[in-house]
Write a protein that binds this ligand. Structure first.
Ligand code: CP
Ligand code: NVA
Length: 299
């Protein structure tokens, strides 16, 4: 049976921990020059409807390190988006490559791609989910704190990055509080799925209160890719939700952000440049976590 990774809950909790363990092992092997090349002669197709720095570069470099090859397919490179249906793209790519990673707007499109693919499909971000980010986030939390007995407060939009993180926390026991402005909450079906997977987050409405006892404060951009026409309305809705020194005053909280960051909006330059920031480890860990995921899906 083909295994897809469309959201974190596509792995069991045991498989999720095994992917993180494998990421830790391969990260150490890369550092000491003892890496293996388990994906020699394997090819990853990377389909992008939206821009990317981390996802594209971490997957492409990761495949090279694993001995395989990655192919970048942007919106202008393939017939998808120019009249060829997703299901045809899925079937044809499956005849050439061993695994597909796709960054699409609509999560239903990713599900359709996966439904017609005969090779594993990995979610590289949709409007609803960003599970590869969650793998890197959990790896980063475990490295920084030695485990998952950690209090994290999410402050900001309850969309893709937050929603996958909610599921990842449910599966690992991270104690999560989520603060979102009215209208930007985590979807109810994600909360239901989190309950099935282990735990729902605490939902709060005051960012400063929720940050007070946190080990980690995590935020994401206010205007996600594809929402540029909602910019004015979102900036107004997220007023008071900025992660800044005032919010963090009196706490030892570390700070996470999936990046790219919009300094001066959801987070300040001072916070990102401070010792609180775990963001560069998060970005690096995208590559280590995804390498482990790819090997797991293809073995
Ligand atoms: N965090 C993340 O997915 O970054 P990119 O948009 O640069 O890939
Ligand atoms: N929420 C952001 C995440 C980018 C990695 C977006 O969708 O643009």
């Amino acid at each position: 049976m083909v295994r897809h990774f469309l959201d974190v809950g596509d792995l069991t909790a045991e498989e999720l921990l095994a992917v993180l363990d494998r990421a830790t092992t391969t990260k150490a092997a890369l550092a000491d020059g003892t890496s293996e090349r388990p994906l020699a002669d394997r090819t990853l197709a990377m389909v992008f409807e939206k821009p990317s720095t981390r996802t594209r570069v971490s997957f492409e470099t990761g495949m090279t390190q694993l001995g395989g090859h990655a192919m970048f397919l942007g919106p202008e490179d393939i017939q998808l988006g120019h009249g060829e249906p997703l299901k045809d793209t899925a079937r044809v790519l499956s005849r050439y490559v061993d695994v597909v990673m796709a960054r699409l707007f609509d999560h239903a499109d990713l599900e359709e791609l996966a439904a017609h693919a005969t090779v594993p499909v990995v979610n590289g971000l949709t409007d609803d989910a960003h599970p590869c980010q969650t793998l890197a986030d959990l790896l980063t939390i475990r490295e920084a704190f030695g485990g998952f007995d950690v209090d994290v407060t999410w402050i900001g939009d309850g969309n893709n990055v937050a929603q996958s993180f909610v599921l990842g926390c449910a599966m690992t026991g991270v104690d999560l509080t989520v603060v979102t402005p009215p209208g930007y909450a985590i979807d109810d079906d994600v909360l239901d799925r989190a309950a099935e997977l282990g735990a729902t987050p605490t939902l709060a409405d005051d960012p400063a209160d929720a940050a007070r006892d946190a080990d980690v404060v995590y935020t994401d951009v206010w205007v996600s890719m594809g929402q540029e026409d909602q910019r004015a309305e979102k900036l107004a809705a997220f007023e008071g939700f900025q992660v800044n020194e005032e919010l963090l005053a009196g706490t030892d909280a570390r700070v996470m952000h999936c990046l790219p960051a919009h300094r001066g909006e959801e987070i300040t330059d001072a916070v990102l440049e401070s010792d609180r920031a775990l963001v560069w480890d998060q970005a690096e860990n995208r590559m280590h976590a995804q390498k482990a995921l790819l090997v797991t899906l293809l073995e």
